[in-house]
Each structure stands twice: as C-alpha cells, then as structure tokens.
Design a protein around this ligand. Structure first.
Ligand code: SF4
Length: 340
C-alpha cells in the first residue's frame, strides 16, 4: 500500500476532491504529518471518522523501519528495512551550518561505477517518494532535531528514478511539508543526459551535482560505464543547456583514485574542460573498501591537483571527510544485510 508520505499537497487536494470535494483536508493532513508528526491516522482528531477510515484503506503510515544506527563523532549511518524486506541506508552529517542527510533513491544501482560499493548490487527497484521522505522523518526522530540539508547521493542513481525523486523534492520543499529550502537540496547524477535536459525545466531551484571523476572519455569509460552511453561532450553540452535555462551553478564531484585519475595531466585536462563554466569542483579523497581494488590518492597528489585547478581559475574544494569509520562515507553505502 502507498505511503501517505508519498503524497504531495496537490496530490492530497486531488484525492480529497475526488472523495468528498473538500480540498482543505489536505492542509489538515499535512499539518498532522509534518508539524505535529503524528504516527497514526487515528491521531488526526480534526478529521472526520469516515475520512480517517478511507485514508486507512488507501494509505499506510510507516513503509520503512529503522533497524540499526551506527554513530561516529559527526556522522550517523541508518539502516532501514523496507516493507518488501529489502534494505537501504541513509547517512546524517553534522555540519556547523546544520544537519545534512544523504538519502538513498533506489535499492541497488544499475550504473556500475567501478569504485562504488553501492553499485556492486544491481538495481532491485526504485524507491517510492514516500520511502525517501520517511528516511528524513526517521532520522529527525532519532536526532530530535531538524534536517536542514538533503543530498541525494546515497544508494542509487536519482535520475534513474526521476518521477519519484522529483515528487520527493516537491514534498520536502513544501512549506507545509518539511519546508527544506530548494537551495539546501542537491541531486547528484552520474550523467544521464536526457534527464539533465528534463531537469532544466523542473521548477525548483535545487542544486545539481555531477559525478564526473575523469576529464576524458577514455578514462571515464574505464571507471564509469555510463560514459559509454553519453560522451563527455554530450554531457557538457547538456550541462551548458541546463545552465542557460536555470542559471544555477553546477558542482562536479571528482573522487581521487590513486594512479588512475589523479595525475597533473588529468588536472590540466579537467581545468580546460570546465573553463568558463559557472561551477566548482569537489575533490573527494577515495574511501577504500575491502571489495574494490582502487586506492586513495596520496594527500600530496590531491593537493597538487587542487593547486592546478586553482591556478587555472577553477573553484575547487577538498571534501571534508565523514563517516569512514562506519562505512558511511561517499561510495561506501551498501547494506551489509544484502551480503548475508
Ligand atoms: S556512484 Fe552512484 S551512480 Fe555510480 S554506482 Fe554508485 S550509487 Fe550508482
């Protein structure tokens, strides 16, 4: 049964319109869900009994269950069981500017990036918008604090689940929903070109991050199979089109793999590729895992790479590290449950 948290305000208006013509009930229900944070339909005391019964018939309340939390100084990793017995993870990072959550968008992932633990398991299914919203609600409940920032960089490729992730954004951005500002929401993609073009018309000012990880097709196709479907030229053309339509600054993720993509030549090539684009590059020290042979670049190589980009007027940051001790860092998410 569908999660009530997968319904946007508009969806609920349409729903109530169709059952008794009283659209205002959508506001009442949203208020109970996101302000008063009730955990059952019965607690919605200003909603009529027959309407409660209808809601119970049509929707379920909790479609994910929190079964484990691993805690580090600045990071918590959450393991959830879904209604069909599958498992997913989400990660909380405590920043000085707020609480940021990295949510999963699929069970498994078909993109097969060679350095990524999450992609070792093929996609089993897309998550529904409600299952993604509930990740945030469960973490807020655990923390007893508000989530202020959301990144879609957990398990899955968000643009391979376009309908549900855009619905998810609509729900969490709604002021009557979780009220998370669009500029505090980031969608990350490995570069599904048609969806980048479609996303340019998505009417929310959210951030787009591109997992680039290599400055040319030859290297990129060795570590990211998506590169065989869309060349870097096609990707960059789509991003320019996206920027022309949205004027939103782009960010590029670049994981630093020892001896693979961390040479000075790669840095120069990357600088040339991005020259003139309103963007910044996020260099990510690779988080090694026991199942994948890639190694982390030495810090002097990361620094050199960083300097070359800087010298070439490319805005660049080195990502602060979170969650390596509990396998909650970037590219490490993969439920141990799936390996049992
Ligand atoms: S990096 Fe992202 S897109 Fe690539 S396999 Fe991992 S989860 Fe999928």
């Amino acid at each position: 049964m569908k999660s009530i948290y997968g319904m946007s305000l508009k969806d609920l208006e349409n729903y109530f319109e169709s059952i008794d013509g009283k659209k205002f009930r959508s506001h009442q229900v949203f208020d109970w869900l996101y302000r008063k944070k009730v955990t059952s339909f019965e607690e919605m005391t200003n909603v009529k009994k027959d309407v409660i019964d209808k809601l119970k018939e049509d929707f379920s309340f909790n479609t994910i269950e929190l079964i484990q939390v691993e805690r580090d100084e600045l990071t918590n990793k959450y393991l959830f069981r879904l209604n069909d017995g599958e498992h997913i993870e989400a990660v909380l990072m405590k920043h000085d500017y707020g609480n940021s959550i990295c949510v999963s968008s699929q069970v498994g992932c078909n993109m097969g990036c060679k350095f990524c633990e999450s992609g070792r398991r093929k996609k089993v299914r897309n998550l529904l918008a409600g299952e993604i919203v509930e990740q945030i609600l469960e973490v807020e409940k655990d923390l007893n604090e508000k989530i202020t920032h959301v990144v879609m960089m957990g398990i899955g490729e968000p643009f391979d689940n376009y309908e549900e992730i855009t619905k998810f954004i609509e729900i969490i951005n709604d002021n009557l929903g979780l009220g998370i500002g669009a500029r505090h929401i980031t969608v990350s993609t490995c570069g599904i070109v048609p969806k980048i073009k479609e996303f340019a018309d998505f009417p929310y000012q959210v951030n787009l991050a591109i997992s680039l990880h290599a400055p040319n097709d030859e290297l990129r196709s060795k570590i990211m199979p998506i590169s065989k479907a869309y060349s870097i030229k096609e990707l960059m053309d789509a991003l320019k089109e996206y920027y022309d339509k949205t004027s939103r600054r782009l960010s590029f993720e670049y994981v630093m793999l020892d001896g693979v993509n961390d040479t000075e030549e790669c840095a120069i090539e990357l600088a040339n590729l991005l020259k003139g684009l309103n963007c910044y590059v996020n260099l990510i020290p690779y988080n090694e895992t026991e199942n994948i042979e890639f190694k982390r670049s030495r810090s002097d190589k990361i620094n050199k790479f960083y300097d070359i980009l800087k010298k070439n007027d490319i805005d660049v940051t080195k990502r602060r590290e979170f969650g390596g001790n509990i396998s909650a860092a970037c590219g490490q998410l993969r439920s141990k449950k799936e390996e049992q």
